[in-house]
Design a protein around this ligand. Sequence first.
Ligand SMILES: [Zn+2]
Length: 467
Amino acid sequence: MKKLFTKLALSSSALLVAASIAGPAASQGQAVSYKDQAKLHAIATAPSAENLRKDVQTLVDFGTRHTLSETESETQGIGAARRWIFAEFERISAACGGCLEVYYSTGVIEGEARIPEATEVVSVVAIQRGKTDPERYVLMAGDIDSRVTDVMDSTSISPGANDNASGLAGTIEAARVLSQYEFNGSIVYAALAGEEQGLFGGQILAKQALEENWRLHAVLNNDMIANIAGINGVIDNTTARVFAEGTRQNETAADARARRFTGGEVDSPSRNLGRYISWMADRYIQNLDVMLVYRLDRFGRGGHHRPFNDVGYPGVRIMETNEHYDRQHQDLRNEDGRHFGDTIEFMDFDYAAKLTALNAVTLASMAWAPAPPSEVEIRGAVQPHTTLRWAEASEQEKDIIAGYRIYWRYTDAPNWQFSRDVGNVTEFTLENVVIDNYFFGVSSVSKDGFESPVVFPGAAGTFDLRQ
Ligand SMILES: [Zn+2]
């Protein structure tokens, strides 16, 4: 026993030594700190597995939701499905005193491999307008449409239960939960159409966002959030994947040159959004870890965050960790006892509720926090100190902002390691922290302690649109 104590004492003093030799980082900053939020705990436990099950069943009952399917029927096909979604958003809005602006986002697509004839692609969008800064947005999305083996087959039964009634039901449920609150920024709930035929609903909405100058700081694309039994035999309901691209798709040659000399390959706004979502899981969602994947999407595959990334908006794909390919894009059939088809009985709705909660706390936290800092710059080459500078908060946010928090980490560390509250200033110098040895970023913090994602300096990291 005595020996054990000695050993323990030794190892804790060894820890102290390790901390003190960490030097500048340890003396100037501290381990990342954060104010716990009771409202986010309430939101984290609000999504209902039963509501998700009911909504997925309703969507499955439309027979097929193929983009080229029936639009006139009230019970079958894509037309009936989108009218039901519109009505559901209206019902949610009625319950919160009209807090949602519901509209159809439409475009006509033709001459495409998967949409040869002119077809209306109709998404359903609901906006919950923010109080202090209504022109900035965070967005959650799921998809309306479904498919079977032949992507052009618009008449066969195509339940699309997990792919992707799950993400859509999650989006509707998040609207139910979050419409009980008022936020500073706006939240968009999007039921996107035409995903399987070529991401058309997302393209149409991203174009609209650009044309209307949306300051869109997060796109959370939910695509398959209810499968816990992988085709590789793994059964796991404790992890979710967040896919986030590296360098921005619309990076200019000049931006790329600057990045080569200063870094930023792993600090796009999408990546720092991914880190933020991972923090939300650690802080608010029981038994859920986020696996942040440094890739746009699954290997060679696509999803509806991409059209937003294409035009420069931060966005990620949130989904289950373990996929089952027999239950995606398959004609319903049984081959020697092996089931094929995306049917509801394989879905885990408690897990879907957990991933819905992850989205909801992320949307709420960002919409209560001030906007991520703009125009973040850094300097400090051949100096002992590192200085960060950023733009003043916008006029409408001056009343809610408490100040800023600078973060830094070793360049090979995946997550922010050190932080320092620097007050309500627009420039701060970290004394004797050498710029060469760390990556840096800055977040904004509201008076009630809600915090934005961390913004890496320069074009590589900004959450603002660059065109
Ligand atoms: Zn799919």
